[in-house]
Design a protein around this ligand. Structure first.
Ligand code: IVH
Length: 703
């Protein structure tokens, strides 16, 4: 990826890659996911923890969307610290902590009409609805404030908490008690316990007035109404907050001791009866067209509203549907935030460079005259590949338009031809690797040109070493990207095993810039601490093309030890049998199997593994605990289930710790056969696999 930001300061000018995930290899994607995880965590802490964001919401959304796209394209690479599994930032110090009775979720984003259509199709499919079955959704303005959870017991406000990381927020009860717009006592007959969630925000006008006062008093100026609301909420002196005009829209439910509505629409009406402000622009829609009309209508009045909104939130109206749809990672499947488009900007391409990734993929990167787009300075943009440069007729010196193209990722949309200078330079894509000079080949039908030199290419080898020491791989304290670059440059580390032999070069290291005897010794200690490593981590660290953490784990569980793996895939072994064995493993397809086999059969990488293994002790991976009747079991679903779609059944099984496979073999534990199940059920019967009908399946999961 372009210009990997290695320090947090650099995240402020992060460029969101526009590389098509389909054209990327696992290594590039893993690198980019690592950067995204670090960058999003950093911006979460700026936004939620410090109330002092350094990038615009639009850029943040692009980072999150990009992360999600990459995770969708490379599910094996989903990181343990995936931003999608976290929400917001940990609680700031100074306020007590509150554990949310129900997690405070975030929302998936969409940017185009197509995203909205796809969302509704997904929901309908998940719920197995027929075309003529009604599916109502609400469309509400997405308020640009902070989410807040208010807990009422016997109708009285007991606790107010910020979202925090989604599971745990800050106790801001004392401050909220001073906010007039929030009811302290509810009207009507609310249930004994109800948590009402919504957005706390400040009107634009009140924000401007606050800043005027702040300026006069020499206080801190706020960048926008949202920051002003956040800063006010975090006042340590609860008295100050009563002078700040905070407002609140209620829109969601947390814990609730009794059912108060069957639909979201009715729930909103009930909230209004309890005394909450609910947004009156919201609409109940029955079709995608109505949803898009609402998006347009509210978008049209957006500038005239007294508060900032940044999109429309669609929610499936029926609560029972919401329950069935559940959530994926941090966002409910039943809701979508349809964001308003972000800015465009013009800038000049100063140069085009080639970056060589871990698998040799050559990516052209446009070096731009730095420009602010949606609040962030952008100085690089990925140009995908050579076709993209030709298609857009891009020359060095051109003025280009940068935009978030209808949907997710910022792109160079076009060049502005009448601004093309006389001395603009046409770009010729190199046919040799700019790093090692080897042939770079672009296979027929592929868009990516790759250096063919494997780990003999310094760029590829270096990227590969960086992966080796990365956090989910060997994760050696004090040996990060910068040190690897330095040691590689000095010839101290060329291949992974060299890291474990650095102890014989301690004297040399101690003389390097930034090192002394003590830090050298510390480094040796942290290297030694990683001489024992779990087998799954070891496999992941090898950086085999397409093998992410999840696959590494599956391989480790399957082969049990490196010896067994190296025996199964060896130059003198039956390669067809080895491939067949790999492909029987759930989630390993033909291409991945061939990459794995290639890796262990290529002499250089095989030698490298054996050499490395002589330096470390590999211990078995943790085996999954068996705490639900289906955990660790493998299921295949076939035919039509009456009560739920196959997607829902699959999600249920996985949430209970089971694996789901697409094909029937003797290795699966259960086949769940709905109506018209056909050949799979027959085959399962023949193989002696337990076949469950829908009732037996339901009984099993409800045990
Ligand atoms: S519903 C389980 N509705 O947007 C769903 N959220 O990007 C919870 N937001 O964390 C959220 N207006 O802070 C919902 N009408 C609305 C909203 C809204 C603003 C915020 C909320 C949420 C964030 C997600």
């Amino acid at each position: 990826m372009a210009d990997i930001p290695v320090s947090v300061q650099e995240f402020a000018s992060i460029t969101v890659s526009t590389n098509d995930p389909k054209q990327m290899d696992m290594f590039e994607a893993a690198d980019e996911l690592a950067i995204l995880a670090a960058a999003i965590a950093y911006h979460d802490s700026r936004y939620h923890g410090a109330d002092d964001p350094v990038i615009s919401d639009a850029i943040y959304d692009r980072l999150v969307a990009r992360n999600r796209d990459l995770e969708a394209a490379f599910p094996n690479l989903i990181r343990a610290d995936s931003p999608d599994a976290r929400i917001g930032a940990p609680v700031a110090s100074g306020f007590g902590k509150v554990r949310h009775a129900r997690p405070m979720l975030s929302l998936s984003n969409g940017f185009s009409a197509q995203d909205v259509t796809d969302f509704v199709i997904r929901v309908r499919r998940f719920l197995s609805l027929n075309d003529d079955d009604e599916l109502a959704l609400t469309a509400e303005p997405k308020i640009d404030g902070l989410s807040l959870s208010l807990r009422y017991e016997s109708g009285r406000l007991k606790q107010a908490a910020t979202r925090g990381d989604g599971s745990e927020g800050e106790d801001v009860t004392a401050n909220i008690m001073q906010v007039d717009a929030i009811p302290k006592e509810l009207f009507g007959t609310p249930p004994a316990i109800i948590e009402v969630r919504g957005e706390i925000y400040m009107d634009r006008e009140d924000f401007l007035m606050l800043n005027e006062t702040q300026q006069a008093d020499g206080g801190k100026l706020f960048a926008n109404p949202r920051n002003a609301a956040a800063g006010s909420l975090r006042q340590k002196d609860a008295n100050i907050i009563s002078g700040r005009k905070l407002r609140f829209f209620a829109y969601a439910m947390g814990e609730c001791s009794a059912e108060i509505a069957k639909t979201h629409w009715d729930f909103l009406a009930t909230l209004a009866n309890y005394g909450f402000a609910v947004n009156t622009l919201s609409k109940l829609c029955l079709t995608v067209a109505e949803m898009l009309d609402t998006y347009k209508a509210i978008g049209d009045v957006r500038a005239t509203l007294s508060y900032d909104i940044d999109g429309i939130v669609y929610k499936v109206d029926r609560h029972d549907y919401q329950g069935r749809l559940g959530q994926v990672a941090r966002a409910p499947r039943w809701a979508l935030a349809h964001k308003f488009p972000a800015e465009q900007a013009q800038t000049i391409i100063r140069a085009i460079d080639i970056q060589v990734g871990r698998t040799g993929a050559m990516t052209p990167v446009a070096r731009l005259e730095p420009i602010t787009v949606g609040g962030v300075v952008v100085s690089n943009a990925t140009l995908h590949n050579e076709d993209e440069i030709n298609r857009k007729n891009i020359r060095i010196g051109d003025t280009v338009v940068i935009q978030r193209a209808g949907d997710v990722i910022p792109q160079i949309v076009c060049t502005i031809r009448n601004k093309r200078p006389k001395d603009s330079i046409e770009y010729r894509f190199p046919e040799l690797c700019p790093v090692c000079g080897a042939n770079a080949i672009r296979p027929e039908g592929e868009a990516v040109r790759r250096c063919t030199n494997g780990i003999n290419c310094d760029a590829q080898r270096l990227e590969w070493l960086k992966h080796f020491v990365s956090r989910d791989a060997f994760d050696i304290e004090g040996l990060g990207v910068r040190q690897i670059e330095q040691f590689n440059e000095l010839g101290l580390v060329a291949l992974p095993a060299d890291i474990f032999r650095l102890n014989i070069r301690q004297q040399e290291i101690a003389t390097l810039d930034g090192y002394g005897e003590i830090s050298t010794r510390n480094l040796m200690t942290s290297i030694d601490a990683r001489r024992t490593i779990k087998f799954d981590r070891f496999i992941y660290a090898l950086g085999i093309r397409q093998v992410g953490q999840a696959t590494a784990r599956i391989l480790a569980l399957h082969y049990d030890s490196l010896d067994k793996l190296l025996t199964a895939i060896a130059p003198d072994a039956d390669i067809e049998a080895a491939a067949a064995e790999l492909m029987e493993i759930n989630q390993v397809g033909e291409l991945m199997a061939s990459d794995i086999i290639n890796f262990f059969l290529t002499q250089k990488t095989r030698d490298m593994v054996i050499d490395l293994a002589s330096e470390v002790t590999i211990i078995p991976p943790d085996r999954p605990a068996h705490d639900s009747p289906v955990s660790g079991k493998t299921f295949v679903f076939t035919g039509t289930l009456a009560g739920m779609s196959r997607a829902e059944a699959k999600a249920r099984a996985e949430s209970l710790g089971a694996k789901v496979s697409g094909s029937v073999s003797a290795k699966i534990d259960f086949l769940v056969a709905g109506a018209n199940s056909g050949s799979k059920a027959r085959k399962a019967g023949e193989l002696g696999v337990t076949v469950l009908d829908e009732n037996a399946w339901l009984a099993l999961i409800n045990k």
